[in-house]
Design a protein around this ligand. Structure first.
Ligand SMILES: O=C(O)CCC(=O)C(=O)O
Ligand SMILES: [Fe+2]
Length: 299
């Protein structure tokens, strides 16, 4: 993954690198006129302001703490949280996390980029979302090739993201206990939902069950990358927060759930401020507090 960004630049970042001002393809109304409901995508990073060049350098102590954390992450192993649910701590290197944030920012400013989704009835989700590969619509709980609110086509999933998903699934094999779980089948994901959580970002308990019957029946895994501030992640057998277990998902963690856990209830209770690696924010200018989550699935 070391050459992730250069490969991304060659392949996918060439895809529609529109600026924040670039309008998304306009909708047509009944009279075939263009409707002026152009959405400006949400920027997950703050543009560096001219005249705002004074940044406070982190103390040596803070830098050493970061270094220790990075070293600990690199040597850490995975855990099977429950049959069919594996957590790979610190799986994504900090360099790759930075590249993923930059790639998502770039894609997120173009057609099909980050927007504020809502459920049927109007309640807004407490996050910004972008879909890659296919669109998932929270209003209808359906997948499709276009986003109904603006008719945009989701950007393609960068190949380098897919490679990382593949290696995480392969590496999870050594973590699952053969007596309890089968290793995850490898998948070639055709959907990635990218969520950005800012202050007060959260996501209620739910199951990922809008994929095809076959995908769910076969227990094909959902692979989730966490980048940025730590999330309090809840999971359990029933739709009840009080009965759910909690695990912290930190920057670089990969969580995989499939097999017996394919329909586990899960959600994000809160984001913990100032918990991400300093270098991640320094090098990407990602909004703070901020957490990026990518879930890869096979429809
Ligand atoms: O942000 C997360 O960790 C979970 C996201 C999730 O469950 C989803 O997008 O369906
Ligand atoms: Fe989910």
């Amino acid at each position: 993954m070391n050459n992730l960004v250069s490969q991304l630049e060659r392949s996918n970042l060439a895809h529609d690198p529109a600026s924040p001002q670039t309008p998304i393809s306009p909708l047509k109304n009944d009279g075939e006129e263009e409707v002026e409901t152009k959405m400006k995508p949400f920027d997950i990073c703050t543009p560096k302001q001219a005249g705002n060049l004074v940044t406070l350098k982190p103390s040596l102590f803070a830098k050493n703490r970061e270094k220790r954390k990075e070293m600990k992450q690199q040597s850490s192993k995975g855990t099977e949280l429950r049959p069919g649910m594996v957590l790979l701590k610190g799986y994504i290197s900090l360099d790759d996390q930075i590249k993923i944030v930059k790639a998502c920012r770039e894609l997120g400013l173009g057609q099909g980029g980050f927007y504020q989704p809502g459920y049927e009835g109007g309640t807004k989700l407490h996050l910004k979302m972008m879909c890659l590969g296919k669109n998932w619509d929270p209003q209808t709980s359906k997948y499709g090739d276009h986003r109904p609110c603006d008719d945009s086509v989701p950007p393609k999933i960068p190949d380098e993201f897919l490679k990382l998903v593949q290696s995480a699934i392969n590496d999870s094999d050594s973590v699952t206990e053969p007596s309890k779980s089968k290793p995850f089948p490898s998948i070639s994901p055709d959907i990635c939902i990218v969520n950005f959580y800012a202050e007060n970002g959260r996501l209620g308990l739910h199951q990922d069950k809008d994929e095809s019957e076959q995908s769910i029946r076969d227990g094909l895994p959902v692979v989730s990358f966490s980048i940025g501030d730590t999330a309090e992640f809840l999971y359990g057998d029933v739709n009840d927060v009080d009965k759910a277990k909690k695990v912290l998902l930190e920057s670089g963690d990969v969580l995989i759930f499939g097999g017996k856990s394919r329909k586990v209830f899960h959600g994000v209770a809160a984001i913990k401020k100032d918990t991400a690696p300093l270098r991640l924010f320094e090098e990407t200018n990602m909004r703070k507090p901020g957490r990026l989550n990518l879930t890869f699935r096979r429809y």
